[in-house]
Design a protein around this ligand. Structure first.
Ligand code: GDP
Length: 442
């Protein structure tokens, strides 16, 4: 809290699926506004509240708390069909989602049906080098944004503008779609599909950067929720195996219109091991003789995509990559999730350094091909081999588990302020006197 302002960004420190959903949901109680600033309906947070399971793809996790206002910031790309599917699903689960508590930036871009078609053709074109996208049209929508052809929410509110933009963009898109043997799309059809959705979207549309500015004047607390994660950032991640936007802390400012110096804290989410969905380098991946370990972790941690159900690639905690994430985001505190998943392990490996061709390297390589050649340097810690599921106090953890947490924190150089010991809200330890605790107290 600085001069009464509290704006915290929460970011996955690894390759995503760190369990951000649970931590955001826990913290959301302390905030008035929860916003997303990048990405689209590819997020896939799972949040469990009592008996109910919510899967959130596009909406911020705060939507589950009916006294919170949620915002989809200007940095996002929004598929109007997916937007209303998710709202309808929330309503069916008893959560009321009205324009009063959900604001969509007029400057956010729309994902159009031709973006989905283009996503398929682009992955097909890359063949073996495909990125492994979720094929929801998110990448092509960001390409149009950067190419200054995109359709913003505010453009679509005018039927004339929407129609002209669709016609113009489709001419080009169809050339590529047809080249890859797909049937062409028709402007009339797209307009007739999209415009009624835009009409339904109209009451949700707002000047969200102004909304944030007003909220700050009233000392409202704002939580900015990153989707995907640091190592998938289009600038800082393992390019080209990345997402099309900036999940890192700087992206939170650009994607909401909140000035960078108004952001008062950055929280990183890390998991006791790593996973990765899709293609791309993964130095600590458990392969070959570690296949059994990967299966055990996948099973215990339920590591299957919450949107795509794809099995996730599993690997050991990588302190080099996480240190890189800490430098980029300036984490004030870390939340460590899924401690309980490691309860069964005899030994736990942590990657503390990288080597390429026998040479130690200090920084996280920019080139994905180099990352593929990395030989991780591991330290092996003894497992605690007892149940931590549901523990709520640090002193109740087995000594070896406490040592493990301390080892991770020291090797990354950032405090671990929260330990998650299970999927439920109350299966959580908040460490006394941590920065994290101060966020929870406010
Ligand atoms: P996110 O997108 O980063 O929220 O990741 P996911 O939606 O893939 O969430 C990870 C999964 O792990 C969800 O099913 C969570 O309920 C679950 N989860 C989160 N924290 C913990 C934990 O500490 N222990 C266990 N066993 N599961 C957890």
């Amino acid at each position: 809290m600085i001069n009464g302002i509290m704006i915290i960004v929460i970011i996955g420190a690894q390759w995503g699926d760190e369990g951000k959903g649970k931590v955001v949901d826990l913290l959301a109680d302390r905030f008035d506004i929860v916003a997303r600033y990048q990405g689209g309906h590819n997020a896939g947070h799972s949040v469990y509240v009592g008996e109910k399971a919510f899967v959130l793809r596009l909406l911020p996790s705060g939507i589950i708390h009916e006294d919170k206002t949620c915002v989809l910031g200007n940095g996002m790309v929004i598929d109007p069909k997916a937007f209303f599917e998710e709202i309808d699903q929330m309503q069916n689960q008893g959560i009321s989602v009205t324009p009063k508590r959900l604001k969509v930036s007029s400057r956010a871009h729309l994902i159009m049906p031709y973006h989905r078609a283009l996503d398929h053709t682009s992955e097909e074109r890359l063949g073996n080098e495909k990125i492994g996208t979720t094929l929801r049209g998110i990448g092509p929508a960001y390409e149009d944004k950067a190419g200054r052809r995109g359709i913003r929410v505010s453009d679509a509110l005018s039927p004339e503008v929407l129609r002209i933009r669709i016609e113009r963009n489709l001419e080009e898109a169809n050339r590529i779609i047809v080249l890859y043997g797909q049937p062409p799309l028709y402007a009339d059809q797209i307009f007739n599909e999209i415009f009624p959705l835009v009409e339904r979207l109209r009451p949700f549309v707002a000047e969200t950067s102004h909304f944030f500015a007003e909220a700050k004047k009233q000392n409202k607390k704002i939580l900015l929720e990153g989707a995907q994660a640091t190592l998938l950032d289009v600038d800082h991640g393992t390019y080209p195996y990345v997402t099309s936007s900036n999940p890192t802390a700087g992206g939170a400012s650009v994607g909401t219109g909140i000035p960078p110096h108004h952001i008062t804290g950055v929280l990183g989410i890390v998991r006791t091991y790593l996973t990765r969905v899709g293609e791309g380098p993964f130095p600590t991946e458990m392969l070959d003789e570690e296949e059994d370990m990967a299966n055990l972790i996948r099973q215990r941690g339920n590591e299957y995509g919450s949107v795509t159900k794809r099995p996730r690639r599993c690997g050991w905690f990588d302190a080099v990559a996480t240190r890189y994430a800490a430098e980029l985001n300036g984490f004030n505190s870390l939340a460590l999730t899924k401690l309980d998943v490691l309860d069964a392990l005899e030994e736990i490996k942590v990657c503390v350094g990288y080597e390429i061709d026998g040479k130690k390297i200090e920084t996280f390589p920019a080139v994905s091909q180099d990352l593929q050649k990395i030989k991780p340097i591991y330290e092996t810690l003894e497992g605690w081999k007892s149940e931590t599921l549901g523990i709520t106090k640090a002193e109740d953890l087995p000594a070896k588990a406490r040592e493990y947490v301390e080892f991770l924190s020291n090797s990354v150089g950032v405090e671990i302020g929260l330990i998650s010991t299970g999927p439920e809200r109350d299966q959580t330890i908040i460490l006394p006197d941590s920065v994290m605790e101060s966020w929870f107290k406010n």
